[in-house]
Design a protein around this ligand. Structure first.
Ligand code: AMP
Length: 191
């Protein structure tokens, strides 16, 4: 299982990523969590990216690419994973593909969670009341959604063309969404 969750902020990537990783017995690699850990522990990478995260901007491609490749390459090398939040730009997707294709580690499924924008904003503002995340504020949420539309959404076409994209309705209960994702993955595998 090498799956990627590709969806806007607030669509449920983190929640579903954790549940899917457990269901399929693979690690959950969430680049946002990894970057926030670097910030919290004050590593050189964390110091470099803190202002970018606070502003809801995208961390430079070369930094995230290196971080993700290091995590997948190991040790231990990861054969399977649920990747959440990477790639977020065409350049990241191309670099990941170049690295993975020679090592037989390309994604086999890309899950897009579809949630209307007003629902995304509502969820993120609600999360901001308790998450302590510096980027869950009204203005930064708008900026992150804009970044997603501009830089990340174009990846959907790329994965659609590769025949590995599944579209899932991301509204409703957490359990329902997990079940829909698992059904969609099973259907893709049978195809
Ligand atoms: P997330 O937890 O997925 O919402 O990510 C939080 C923040 O981490 C984003 O707003 C970006 O600043 C940064 N980030 C996470 N993943 C990436 C990525 N693949 N490329 C660039 N920045 C990222």
């Amino acid at each position: 299982m090498r799956a990627l969750l590709l969806a806007p902020p607030g669509a449920g990537k983190g929640t579903q990523g954790t549940r899917l990783a457990q269901a399929y017995g693979v690690p959950h690699l969430a680049t946002g969590d990894m970057l926030r850990d670097h910030v919290a522990t004050g590593t050189p990478l964390g110091i470099e990216v803190k202002a970018v995260l606070d502003a809801g901007d995208l961390v430079p491609d070369r930094l995230v690419i290196a971080m993700v490749i290091a995590a997948v390459a190991g040790p231990p090398p990861l054969d399977g994973f649920i990747l959440d939040g990477f790639p977020r730009t065409v350049a990241q997707a191309e670099a990941a593909y170049e690295w993975a294709k020679d090592r037989d580690r390309t994604f086999d499924t890309v899950v897009h969670l579809d949630v209307p924008e007003d629902e995304l904003v509502r969820r993120l503002l609600e999360r901001g009341e308790t998450s302590g995340r510096t980027d869950d504020t009204a203005e930064t949420i708008r900026h992150r959604l804009h970044r997603y539309e501009e830089s990340t959404k174009p990846l959907l076409d790329l994965y659609e063309q590769r025949g590995i994209l599944v579209e899932v309705d991301g509204t409703g209960s957490v359990e329902d969404v997990t079940r829909r994702i698992q059904d969609a993955i099973a259907a893709l595998v049978r195809r």
